[in-house]
Design a protein around this ligand. Structure first.
Ligand SMILES: [Zn+2]
Length: 297
């Protein structure tokens, strides 16, 4: 989603971008665009992302011919029109649609003198911002850190910037490790957090489901993975023998053995989690059969 917004500002040729500019923006900036009911749900979602993107996107002024003085984000203060209000255009004698190259000529800002103290502060700030126009076309920058702007959009770094961070739990390395299978780890992670759509949870949503293995009406996480006679037997028979048929408690467990236990445990957790129609761990399936093979050991 954020990359679509980036494409609107960058000069990269894009059929979608050209269509949006012609039929949805119609000469306005993205920041001024309102949800008028036109466009798809994707467009309306992009419009709702404006407050977030404002903190990251900034125009890179070169020749100043494509950046608007009032309504684009090029100054550290943000959009100047939001600081001075619409009245600023009249008090400084600069039209709302003016480009940077029209306001700065021969290296000098052309402002009308103004006695409004608030607007004079903005003028001082703009004048103090180092800027010199060149013959190169304007660009767009994305903020990757304090005073760290790049002229490329790197999705992985943007995700790292935006994602929520919490303190790492002690068991994280037991679930997420380089040799693990992501889909196994994901189901196990959901089981540990007890956020799988077990019967205990779906009952609150008006959908009754019972243990697919033994028929227990209250299908909780603990029942499904440990207390159910069927899965309990599986754990004993599959994982219980990985240290050997007669494990010696004094013997040092080798790293490979531990890794094997971890990977098998995750695989078993994944397989034990059944794909029960009509509700699956991914949502309401509407089918009557298990097409994924999950739950079939
Ligand atoms: Zn059961």
């Amino acid at each position: 989603m954020l990359k679509l917004i980036w494409r609107l500002f960058s000069c990269t040729s894009s059929l979608w971008g050209d269509w949006v500019k012609k039929y949805l923006l119609r000469g306005e900036t993205f920041w001024d665009a309102k949800d008028t009911g036109l466009g798809s749900w994707v467009w309306r979602k992009l419009l709702r992302l404006k407050p977030l993107v404002k903190g990251f996107l900034r125009m890179d002024i070169k020749d100043g011919c494509n950046v608007r003085f009032w309504t684009d984000i090029w100054h550290p203060l943000g959009r100047l029109i939001e600081i001075t209000g619409e009245v600023g255009t009249q008090k400084l004698g600069i039209a709302r649609e003016s480009k940077i190259c029209e306001v700065m000529r021969d290296g000098v800002w052309r402002f009308r003198s103004c006695r409004d103290r608030h607007i004079r502060d903005v003028v001082l700030s703009v004048s103090g911002h180092p800027l010199s126009l060149s013959a190169v076309s304007d660009g767009v920058l994305w903020k990757y850190g304090e005073d760290n702007y790049k002229d490329v959009f790197i999705a992985s770094e943007v995700w790292q910037q935006l994602r929520g961070r919490k303190e790492e739990v002690r068991w994280s390395k037991l679930i997420w490790f380089p040799q693990g299978v992501p889909r196994h780890a994901f189901i196990t992670w959901m089981a540990i957090r007890d956020i799988l759509a077990t019967g205990h949870r779906t009952r609150q949503w008006g959908h009754v489901q019972w243990c697919v293995y033994c028929g227990e009406p209250d299908e909780t996480r603990d029942h499904l993975f440990f207390a159910c006679p069927y899965t309990f037997t599986l754990w004993l028979q599959v994982v219980g023998n990985l240290f050997g048929s007669d494990p010696d408690p004094d013997r040092e467990i080798k790293l490979q053995s531990m890794l094997l236990v971890l990977m098998t445990g995750l695989l078993l957790s994944y397989c034990v989690w059944p794909c029960k129609p009509p509700f699956t761990s991914y949502g309401w399936s509407g089918t009557t059969g298990d097409t994924t093979g999950r739950g079939k050991l």
